[in-house]
Design a protein. Structure first.
Length: 320
């Protein structure tokens, strides 16, 4: 028996030595944060704030790589296949594959993310907006019109399986309405087409819609969080309306790395991110984008939130 343990013990010692060695001198070159959405949207905007601030802390360039498509699964797969050396990271909600399955259930396809959680950054509500020509003043106006002519009103969201897409599905189910779904690659494209009257409604991350709402070019009907947003204090929550009682969904941002990322690197990046979340200048930038900072910012907090949101999506969509 004594002999049988030697290879195992040796392999453990070797693995630990490799982990320590891989973190020594890190980071020695540019770190890339992959974002699963096109430039100009809410996730991209926040990723660039994070990249700049994190780069200052770790004394190395941190840049953003936009890899949109397939509800985020292309970006996640890219980082999953990258070397576990800390130079390829991702802003990810950790449910990209599960959300694709919820959007279009396919028996036998139950792939899950294998990324290494590093830190939870925060959460951000979405906002339901409408083109001004509809003259909707409230969510009740929207629901009344949608129920009167099922399938006539068009709803723009990002691609199938994203948080925005599923929020749209939850709005349809909770409100008892049927909408014509129109997929877009980015938030700015949605805003442009709503202003032009090419699409009726949209579900967007608040930063994507904020300027157009503030300038009066589109109408904000409600935010998707249970609480009103500090950057849109006059816009009610969907849950304020009886048809949407208890409605609560949001975007959440977490930093992750490839599978089997060495713990020393996880700790180094995670500690620096959590330090940023105590910095007043960084927090101000988060609040400007309607992001509520995570309570602790730990990987375990992210894992718990991911599980809670997954269950909430399934319940809201009747997929328990």
């Amino acid at each position: 028996m004594r002999v049988s343990f030697r290879p195992t013990l040796l392999s453990l010692v070797t693995a630990c030595a490799v982990c320590v060695a891989s973190a020594q001198g890190y980071p020695a070159r540019t770190v890339i944060i992959t974002v699963a959405y096109a430039a100009g949207g809410g996730t991209d905007s926040f990723a660039r704030v994070l990249a700049e601030s994190l780069g200052h802390r770790i004394k190395q360039a941190v840049i953003v790589d936009n890899v949109p498509g397939a509800g985020g699964t292309i970006a996640v797969t890219k980082v999953s296949n990258a070397p576990a050396d800390g130079y390829a990271l991702a802003i990810s909600n950790g449910l990209e594959f599960e959300m694709q399955q919820m959007a279009e259930p396919m028996p036998g396809k139950n792939r899950t993310s294998t990324l290494t959680p590093i830190a939870l950054l925060g959460t951000q509500p979405m906002v339901l907006v409408a083109r001004n020509g509809l003259n909707f003043k409230t969510v009740d106006d929207f629901v009344k019109a949608a129920r009167a002519e099922p399938g006539k009103l068009s709803l723009a969201t990002s691609g199938q399986g994203t948080s925005l897409f599923l929020a749209g599905s939850m709005i349809e189910k909770s409100g008892g309405v049927e909408l014509l779904r129109v997929p877009y690659k980015s938030g700015p494209q949605i805003v442009t087409d709503i202003m032009a009257g090419n699409v009726d409604l949209g579900v967007l991350a608040i930063p994507s819609a904020l300027a157009a709402v503030q300038s009066g070019k589109i109408t904000a009907l409600a935010v998707t969080d249970m609480q009103r947003s500090s950057v849109m204090p006059n816009v009610p929550s969907l849950s304020d309306y009886p048809a949407f009682k208890g409605f609560d969904t949001k975007v959440w941002y977490a930093l992750q790395g490839p599978p089997n990322l060495p713990q020393p690197i996880v700790t180094l990046i995670g500690d620096n991110v959590r330090a940023l979340m105590k910095d007043e200048a960084f927090l101000a930038k988060m609040h400007a984008q309607a992001i509520t900072p995570a309570r602790t910012g730990t990987a375990s907090e992210f894992v718990d939130l991911r599980a809670t949101q997954h269950a909430a999506f399934k319940k809201a969509l009747g997929q328990n």
